[in-house]
Write a protein that binds this ligand. Structure first.
Ligand SMILES: [Fe+2]
Ligand SMILES: [Fe+2]
Length: 193
């Protein structure tokens, strides 16, 4: 699925379902971080009109997702907890190239975003197919489709705007790195846990 090297063990969905308040809180913050990342891409690359247009749409969509998750939290009488640290994303962040040229860093930030979208999409699929809560199963199915669209958008812009990075080759390196990294996860009730 989306080139991912290792698929999530469906038993992770049972762990997630055992603590809905926690997974929903963590999920809400994932959406906020995705919106923030799209805004950061706009901030550093404002000269590309189509990119700015697309990142604006993504930032709005991610905050709509945040609102949807927050609405579910409220409906169910839960409380949105404090922002959660995302160890998985922090490890991906370390892998992202920050030196080299401005274009190198730009392209790798797009691939960093595509990587998170791909895994989030896969995790939403696992949730939608395995949890017993029908409202949430349907909700995660819709989000899975949306995040797959974001994944495609980030990769498309990486290929369009690269100056010297071989995007196909670098994307393979991302998939290999992530395939190793994800082996340490799948045990906690967080989106990437
Ligand atoms: Fe989202
Ligand atoms: Fe997304």
């Amino acid at each position: 699925m989306l080139g991912l090297k290792l698929l999530t063990d469906p038993r992770w969905a049972n762990i997630a379902e055992s603590n809905l308040e926690e997974i929903l809180t963590d999920h809400a913050w994932c959406e906020q971080k995705a919106a923030t990342n799209a805004i950061t891409i706009i901030t550093y690359n404002s000269e590309h009109e189509d990119l700015v247009t697309s990142m604006t749409e993504i930032a709005i969509e991610e905050m709509e997702h945040f609102k949807m998750v927050h609405d579910i939290i409220k409906e169910r009488g839960y409380t949105l907890g404090r922002e959660r640290k995302d160890d998985y994303v922090n490890q991906l962040y370390k892998f992202m190239k920050k030196d080299g040229s401005r274009n190198d860093a730009f392209i790798d930030r797009l691939l960093f975003a595509a990587m998170i979208e791909a895994r989030s999409c896969e995790r939403f699929r696992v949730l939608s197919e395995n949890i017993k809560d029908e409202e949430l199963a349907k909700f995660y199915r819709e989000l899975m489709i949306s995040e797959a669209g974001h994944y495609t958008t980030f990769l498309k812009f990486a290929k369009k705007y690269t100056e010297r990075t071989d995007v196909d080759k670098r994307w393979k390196e991302w998939l290999d790195f992530e395939g190793q990294l994800i082996q340490n996860y799948g045990k906690k009730e967080t989106v990437h846990g």
